[in-house]
Design a protein around this ligand. Structure first.
Ligand code: KIV
Length: 258
């Protein structure tokens, strides 16, 4: 699939699943692109998995711009999605436009913003001004203080109904993709069936149009913490520690350089 969002809507109609992985720099973005992923997400999760912080709240727009630029440099084919970080877009649609324009100039094809109903006006404003938007609902990590932790959302009938309303309103406002994090599988499936735009899930079951995971969880580079819903496809940390240990041993034994 391509940078053309029309192709994403077509894939949804044809029932083809879409694939996305986070990337924060050139080499991993290039690997993901060459591996055939449909999209790379320059997620503000970089605050946690790259910078070692406890949450995403300290990530700045300048950091997102920098990482978007170095990811875009490695991508020829996949869609590049970039997160609007906490504090860069919530005050007004105009503030969101200025921040989004910076991310598009840095190489993003689409921006992602967190939030439900309060973001509907902003999504409409951006969509009317040449900014493609992905709306992120459910467990939105930028609301971690309000949620009292990284907690699954949409568990009560009232909360589920609110999420359905939010998703429909965001899509009607112009969101081109709706991303749902850590909500019940049947709720994510129902939202997916109601929307004509593609949905991407993370910890939301297999009824969404596509899936996203954090790169460091997939490659086993995250030795601190990984959410229960993530799947590790490689023990990257062990492989790298072995290689680094071999290098250090060879230097100490004067076997390298030969
Ligand atoms: O920042 C991020 O990596 C994300 C994904 C977890 C969806 O928003």
């Amino acid at each position: 699939m391509s940078k053309n969002l029309g192709a994403w809507e077509k894939a949804k109609r044809e029932g083809r699943k879409m694939t996305m992985i986070t990337a924060y720099d050139y080499p991993f973005a290039k690997l993901a692109d060459e591996a055939g992923l449909d999209a790379v997400l320059v997620g503000d999760s970089l605050g946690m998995v790259v910078a070692g912080e406890a949450d995403t709240l300290r990530v700045s727009l300048e950091q997102m711009e920098y990482h978007t630029r170095i990811v875009a440099a490695g991508v020829k084919r996949a869609l590049v999605m970039a997160d609007l970080p906490f504090g860069s877009f919530e005050e007004s649609p105009a503030q969101a436009f200025a921040a989004s324009a910076r991310l598009l100039k840095a190489g993003a094809d689409i921006v992602k913003l967190e939030g439900g109903a309060p973001m509907v006006e902003t999504v409409a404003y951006l969509s009317a001004r040449a900014i493609p938007v992905c709306a992120h609902i459910g467990l939105t990590p930028q609301h971690v203080r309000q949620f009292g932790g990284f907690k699954r959302q949409g568990k009560t009938p009232e909360a589920a109904a609110r999420l359905i309303e939010d998703a429909v309103a965001l899509a009607e406002a112009g969101a081109r993709i709706v991303l749902m994090e850590a909500i019940p599988s049947d709720l994510a499936t129902e939202i997916t069936q109601r929307l004509s735009v593609p949905t991407i899930g993370i910890g939301a079951g297999n009824g969404t149009d596509g899936q996203v995971l954090v790169l460091h969880d997939v490659l086993g580079l995250n030795t601190d913490r990984a959410p229960g819903f993530a799947k590790r496809y490689l023990d990257g940390a062990a492989l790298m520690q072995t290689a680094l240990g071999q290098y250090a041993d060879e230097v100490r034994a004067v076997r390298f350089p030969a």
